[in-house]
Ligand binder design. Structure first.
Ligand code: ZN
Length: 195
């Protein structure tokens, strides 16, 4: 239970895995036994336990399913030990440092002389993507270099800084990753890769 400290801010105590104070301005993950874990430690194993979002039929509200919330403290600790090797295997499999899988696209026209915004939704399989990153679009027999124009994570109202919301990270679905480049083709099933 969060208590206010002498500075009047909510103090959630130290994270049991890294010892850092858990910041109540961030979304706090609670394990099945009530253990509260800091955002950085959750990020380390997120790639093994991807976050899922969906909307119920006819409902506007986004639902969220976090498989990490089903883990016990011991299971979380075991996952942290396994995570580096898991990530290495993914890097070896794809031969890249970061991979984002495009699931859907929407084109937004910008006027006569300017290429449209290609707004993709999808999920970061592993690694990190930031706005401005030079990446590659990969589909069978074809690849093109492109710069990331914008990023926003999918969310169901979770708290987080703007920098956090606007970074694509392994295991997290994106509300959008936007590109705008002349003659660029991107479609569902394409991979956006980095490094
Ligand atoms: Zn931690």
């Amino acid at each position: 239970m969060a208590k206010k400290n002498e500075k009047g801010r909510y103090d959630n105590g130290p994270c049991p895995f890294c010892g850092r104070a858990i910041i109540s301005l961030d979304h706090i993950t609670k394990l099945s036994d009530g253990t509260e874990v800091c955002r950085d430690c959750v990020s380390k194993i997120r790639v093994m336990y991807p976050l899922k979002y969906w909307k119920k039929k006819g409902k506007k509200k986004t639902e969220r399913l976090d498989p990490i919330e089903k883990l016990s403290k011991e299971e979380f600790r075991a996952a942290m030990e396994k995570a580096p090797e898991y990530l290495e295997d993914l890097r070896a499999k794809y031969g890249r440092n970061a991979v984002y899988a495009v699931e859907d696209i929407k084109m937004i026209p910008r006027g006569w002389f300017r290429p449209p915004y290609i707004c993709t939704t999808g999920r970061v399989i592993f690694g990190y993507f930031d706005i401005g990153d030079e990446v590659e679009v990969v589909r069978r027999g074809f690849s093109a270099k492109v710069k990331i124009h914008d990023i926003e994570r999918e969310s169901a109202g979770e708290k987080g800084s703007d920098a956090w919301i606007r970074r694509g990270e392994g295991g997290y679905p994106l509300k959008w990753m936007v590109f705008s480049q002349k003659d660029l083709l991107i479609g569902p099933g394409d991979l956006i890769v980095k490094g």
